[in-house]
Design a protein around this ligand. Structure first.
Ligand code: FES
Length: 123
């Protein structure tokens, strides 16, 4: 079922809503993401994201679409974001560590709201 907006709600994790270019994550639901170093991959029809907790209530949101041939990145291992399709790796800031990808992962604005206990990602 569509969760609303243009995000189409494709496999959205619990506590995540998408509306066009804006994605909101409830940290009350995604409690694991509240831990420093944790990350959440959000597959979405309009924008797939990986959101990383950098500590100090600071979050980073990057595209989770590999810049090589568009696979969804697999996760973070050994401090690098990894794509399992052909082995590209990126830093957690999105820079290429090794190819075949040659372009960095796009970064988006991620804002933590302590009162609402959410992280909102926007263009
Ligand atoms: S699509 Fe990611 S390495 Fe090829």
């Amino acid at each position: 079922m569509d969760s609303g907006g243009t995000g189409i709600g494709v496999n959205l994790p619990a506590g995540v809503t998408a509306n066009g270019a804006t994605t909101q994550i409830s940290l009350a639901t995604q409690v694991g993401l509240a831990t420093t170093g944790a990350y959440l991959i959000i597959p979405n029809a309009s924008r797939s994201l990986i959101v990383i907790n950098l500590g100090g209530n600071t979050f980073r949101a990057l595209s989770a679409v590999c810049t090589h041939q568009g696979c969804l990145i697999a996760g973070i291992a050994n401090a690098n974001i990894e794509c399992n399709c052909h082995g590209s790796r990126f830093t957690t800031a999105g820079a290429v560590v090794n190819g075949p990808a040659s372009s960095p992962l796009a970064q988006f604005v991620a804002v933590h709201d302590a009162v609402a206990n959410t992280v909102t990602v926007s263009a």
